[in-house]
Write a protein that binds this ligand. Sequence first.
Ligand code: PHE
Ligand code: NA
Length: 503
Amino acid sequence: EKVIRENWGTRVGFILAAIGSAVGLGNIWRFPGVAYENGGGAFMVPYLVALLTAGIPLLIMEFTIGRKHRGSAPVAFRRLNKNAEVIGWWQVAISIVIAVYYAAIIAWAGWYAFFSIGQQWGSEPEAYLFTDFLQMTPDLYEFGGYQLGLLIAMVVVWAFTLWVIGAGVKKGIETTSKVFIPLLLVMFGVLVVQALTLDGAVDGLNAFFTPDWNALVEEPKVWLNAYGQIFFSLSIGFGIMITYASYLKKKSDITTSALTVGFANSSFEILAGIGVFAALGFMALQSGTPIDEQVSTGVGLAFVAFPTIINTLPYGADLFGVLFFGSLVVAGWTSMVSIVQVPVAAMEDRFGWGRKKATMIFGGGMALVSLALMPAANGLMLLDVSDYFINQYGIVVAALVSIVVVVWVLWKWKELRDNANATSTFKVGPIWFVCLGVITPIMLAIILFLNIRDLLSADAESSLYGYRTYQAFGWSLAGGALAFGVIMALILRRRELPELETE
Ligand code: PHE
Ligand code: NA
């Protein structure tokens, strides 16, 4: 008998959920710094090229595979070809690794939203973060030293995530996306307006937007960084968008949705660039140092630079802090839901588990691993190394393999093209093929090659990842994800797929 697969309630609901996945921490803490370091205003050119030639074409591929084959990544790939299931499980493994550490960052941001009230981090935000708050050890392998506060916040993050996933695609994910994405826009919008009123904001914007055209010609890395940013930013390459699209109705538009999600995500990145650089301009003026020295990304930007800025704000410091860290929580959490949905849906689809059971057993298992590892004193180190390896190697390789297999090995692009075009107002054709099948894999392959070369030549003094023991950890993680995929696919090789579910 055929099971009825859940569907998104509305087209807007699906698009908001996909935007919720795409718009994440990376938009706020990664994009502004990356753009600045890679040509400033001139970065918009390679960035737009990367969006149009790689981001949106791959998004269209993933949406089409998900909708056509109506399954989470392993099932969808198996329906494409019996031997392709391994790709789906590999993507599941990558999602598990990301979910384990992503929850921690959301928990930190939650605490910092609270600390913003009265600037509880005091006058030395950097010392506060590493010594008081994280009580961090610089040794990756020194386990133990739990932070109760972190543990509690992470329990909240996981409980809320699993509760929403357990509630289902429509009632859980769609409903929360409809609330949180508009909320994020309002919160971040108010923050940007306040940032623009600060002294020095204009200098910040000038620094951000002034184009360095030479960079585009003289530094090929700028182009690669634009492509790298797009894959990460759109959450493509490891099953998220396939999973979300598997709940689409048969007749839903594919290409217009992909364009909408792609441009919405990029718009939010540029908005974040404006907000962050207005604030950095203010900080540069306050401290009398050039903006150059203020620019950072990631943990340093969010948890050191921003508290420093907030400490010196002329008015509304508490509100500014709550809005900034609240935005990180909301943006991060909607991405978190999309990551956790990948493994949970895979168990559901492939083993015929009910949604509640899959969420409780598999989601709960992930939560336990996350809670056991991340609130410890070496949590930040684990996070750093995992994030680096899984992004630079896991996602890039998985994306590359999935494209080459789908387009070249299985030669499915025509079938997917026809499937997408049948219900889309905006049609794809040979240009899509060239972008997806030629340009994107070439760029991914170059990025991968250069990453590996850099890593192998890195010495311990110049970079964290130069340590051989860290590389051992990172490679085991990236390799382990692949091994997990292979093992799952082998175990399930003889096990028939459930029948294609109807609407
Ligand atoms: N797309 C998210 C961002 O820009 C990042 C992300 C990566 C989200 C992996 C989910 C999974 O921040
Ligand atoms: Na993004």
